[in-house]
Ligand binder design. Structure first.
Ligand code: ADP
Ligand code: MG
Length: 486
């Protein structure tokens, strides 16, 4: 088991204008963490009452400034998570930030240049490279791609659909089993045996994602996309399978509804544009508070799907994407605040191992065959499933002579054959039961006989006795009379 708090990183989006200067500074001096200081521009700070701070400081594991390339983002943020997925742990990387701050660029990448490839294609490439190198295990990789919009899940990888609307895609629903495990009904899993196949799936999903988006339905700013690599591995001949899931998540834009800029809503908690992000925040707050027992995962589909990744069995990493221009300062500060809370959440990642029953049966069958062969070698005779007629007959004879033998020293020898030993026990049991039922019937017969006889009373007895005596006397008299007559 690996205990770890959620790792948080920040990435600052390059700005076209040079007006960001002086707004923020990054301090890399500290050993384990870097800190980002956001300084409120004077004209913005002036709008606040005096107790408002003029600068805000946030700690991150590392902060990537504007010039950071996609490669270093992969190396530092994604590679360690991909490695732990390869080792059998669940992993999640999610990008959080306002619309336009670079979430999609970071997770998926830009299409213009090869070097703009983001975390997903680089991770796929890395995973398949590692799988090829490692011949000690058998790996299976599946891909799924889910979009959640307005609390509805859509399968972005449905091969039958050329979606023109998001609603045309198959709807994915959540099922919870009695052990409270979440299952996604209707989300298709596609096996990918090579990097190319996996990239094709990413492309199919992204195409569906783009086609489904219209100006009226700005799905990308309001929906969450979860690209998942399902990796299972096992050693040859072993029945133990390891399952690991790697979620790469492009969240909806984190901006709040009302954006008045310099007005009263600045830096205050306003309404949320996205309800499920609001619930995500609730879950994060609940998880970061000690002694909270109820975590409201069920409130939204997204938090249900990511339940393991948030305070559960997962190695989780968050990338806060920041667009540090003057007009985005308030959003950037709330993104950073959110990240600070996320950093308090502890996860416990465990190896997800399970025994495949099919493989177990195959293994046990093989073991039985081996043992039989071994036994045949030792005893010199082939052993079949059941005893033959002849063997049974012989056993019964043996038992009969053993039972009849009055010699207390006599023994019943059947040899080292469990089947015969078991048969003897069964036979004895049967004999014993037969004897019992026999005794029972004898006993009941004698009692019924008794029950037929009338119970003789004492006075009646003497009456009968005297009657008998009288008859005796009468007979005697008659006999004497006959004798005299003669
Ligand atoms: P989001 O997904 O957060 O709404 P995007 O990733 O779509 O934001 O980024 C908005 C625009 O900025 C895109 O045109 C994207 O290519 C560009 N962009 C974002 N981050 C970077 C970066 N680090 N380097 C170059 N261009 C970037
Ligand atoms: Mg986006």
């Amino acid at each position: 088991m690996v205990k770890q708090t959620i790792q948080i990183f920040a990435r600052v989006k390059p700005s076209v204008r040079k007006q960001q200067q002086g707004i923020y500074s990054i301090d890399e001096d500290e050993k384990l963490a870097s800190s980002l200081e956001i300084v409120l521009p004077r004209d913005l700070a002036d709008g606040f009452v005096n107790n408002k701070r003029e600068s805000y400081k946030f700690k991150f594991q590392r902060i990537f400034d504007q010039e950071a390339k996609q490669e270093i983002i992969f190396e530092i943020i994604a590679k360690p998570v991909a490695e732990s997925t390869l080792a059998g742990y669940n992993g999640t990387i999610f990008a959080y930030g306002q619309t336009g701050s670079g979430k999609t660029f970071t997770i998926t990448g830009g299409a213009e240049r090869y070097s703009d490839r983001g975390i997903i294609p680089r991770t796929l490439s890395y995973i398949f490279e590692q799988l090829q190198k490692d011949s000690s295990k058998i790996y299976t990789t599946h891909i799924s791609y889910l979009e959640i919009y307005n609390e509805c899940g859509y399968d972005l990888l449905d091969p039958r659909h050329e979606a023109s609307k998001l609603e045309d895609l198959p709807k994915v629903t959540i099922l919870e089993d009695p052990d409270q495990n979440i299952h996604l009904k209707n989300l298709s899993l596609h096996q990918a045996t090579t990097e190319e196949e996996a990239l094709n799936l990413l492309f199919l999903g992204d195409t569906n994602r783009m086609i489904a988006e219209t100006p009226m339905n700005q799905a990308s700013t309001r929906s969450h996309c979860i690209f998942t690599v399902h990796l299972s591995s096992k050693e040859p001949g072993s029945a133990t399978v390891r399952h690991a899931k790697l979620h790469l998540v492009d969240l909806a834009g984190s901006e709040r509804v009302s954006k008045t800029g310099v007005g009263g809503l600045l830096l205050t908690e306003a309404k949320y544009i996205n309800l499920s992000l609001h619930y995500l925040e609730q879950v994060i707050i609940a998880l970061s508070e000690k002694h909270r027992t109820h975590i409201p995962y069920r409130n939204s589909m997204m938090t249900s799907v990511l339940r393991d990744s948030l305070g559960g069995n997962c190695m989780t990493t968050m990338i806060a994407t920041l667009s540090l221009e003057k007009r985005n300062i308030d959003e950037s500060i709330s993104t950073c605040r959110f990240a600070q809370r996320v950093a308090l959440i502890k996860n416990e990642a465990i190896l997800n191992e399970e025994i495949d029953p099919r493989l177990m049966i195959v293994r046990l069958q093989k073991e039985i065959a081996d043992l039989k062969a071994e036994l045949a070698m030792v005893t010199g005779e082939q052993r079949t499933e059941a005893l033959t007629e002849a063997e049974l007959l012989q056993l019964e004879k043996l038992i009969a002579s053993f039972v009849e033998d009055q010699d207390p020293e006599s023994r019943l020898e059947v040899g080292a054959d469990l089947r015969k030993i078991h048969y003897c026990f069964h036979h004895f049991k049967k004999l014993l039961n037969d004897k019992k039922t026999l005794e029972n019937t004898d006993l009941s017969e004698s009692t019924t006989q008794q029950a037929c006889q009338e119970p003789v009373k004492d006075e009646e007895y003497t009456k009968l006795r005297s009657l008998l005596k009288q008859r005796d006397n009468e007979i005697n008299i008659l006999v004497n009379m006959l004798k005299k007559k003669k």
